[in-house]
Design a protein around this ligand. Structure first.
Ligand code: SF4
Length: 251
């Protein structure tokens, strides 16, 4: 779990690994790097909590994280939250699509009880919001301290994914456009459905990395600046004009 300087104060990753296979995924690389460290913590936790541990359990956990298969990380559930944290990003190392109904319900229960913090979940496959246990939020149930997000990379996804968010209202919703792959067509956006927008570009040194042009985001800044958070990856294009509206500033 990392302390950060982005829009969230902290990250809680109860699951590591994802089956969606995005080319630009940096979490996959991070999982390979951290699999050994994570396994050490997990084994200490399991031993301290009476799990029977053999070499196979250790190997399975390590291999599952290393190969980025969705893996429940017991020592991170429930999270031990530092005192100064307010906003928590829940899933940087996975997509909620892979969590399964039972574990998802467990994590939602933790979130619901913890009214002192604001949690953010997101998915690249918003159909998951129509499945159990999320479907009750589609039917109108409200959860005050959880924002529901979708991740889109192009205008086509922005258009269709935003429609899914509309069904989650009156819950708080956000659209994460990252990494942006083309000039954003703001005529596709609807404020009724999206409370907050995050935008960023691809980072790292991937061979086919998409490098954005400055005019890709101008319309977004002009028309949606009041609900926009631009990630540091866009600093190089916009310098001091970068906009960073935080979710607590949104009316
Ligand atoms: S959805 Fe997220 S975690 Fe899953 S492969 Fe894509 S970028 Fe990685």
């Amino acid at each position: 779990m990392k302390k950060t300087v982005e829009w969230y104060d902290w990250i809680w990753d109860p699951v590591w690994g994802c089956t969606l296979g995005c080319d630009f995924c940096s979490s996959r690389r991070y999982a390979k790097k951290m699999a050994g460290e994570l396994t050490k913590h997990e084994m200490v936790f399991r031993k301290d909590n009476g799990f029977s541990i053999d070499g196979k359990v250790i190997d399975d956990f390590y291999n599952s994280v290393y190969n980025f298969r969705p893996t429940s990380v017991l020592h991170r559930t429930p999270p031990a939250i530092p005192r100064d944290v307010k906003r928590i990003l829940v899933n940087q190392m996975s997509d909620i699509w892979d969590w399964g109904a039972e574990d998802t319900q467990k994590y939602l229960d933790i979130i619901k009880k913890d009214t002192e913090h604001i949690y953010f979940i997101m998915t690249s496959l918003p159909n998951v919001y129509y499945t159990k246990p999320f479907e009750k939020y589609i039917r109108g149930e409200n959860i005050a301290n959880l924002w529901f997000g979708v991740t889109a990379t192009c205008n086509n996804e922005i258009s269709t994914f935003q429609d899914h968010l509309s069904f989650l209202k009156p819950n708080k919703t956000f659209l994460s456009i990252e990494p942006a792959n083309e000039k954003i067509d703001v005529s596709l956006l609807d404020r009724e459905y999206v409370d907050w927008i995050i935008v960023g570009s691809e980072t790292g040194n991937r061979r086919n990395r998409v490098v954005p042009k400055k005019d890709w985001f101008n319309d977004l800044m002009n028309q949606y600046g009041d609900i926009l958070y631009m990630k540091d990856s866009l600093q190089i294009l916009y310098g001091d004009s970068i906009i960073k509206r935080m979710p607590n500033e949104i009316g």
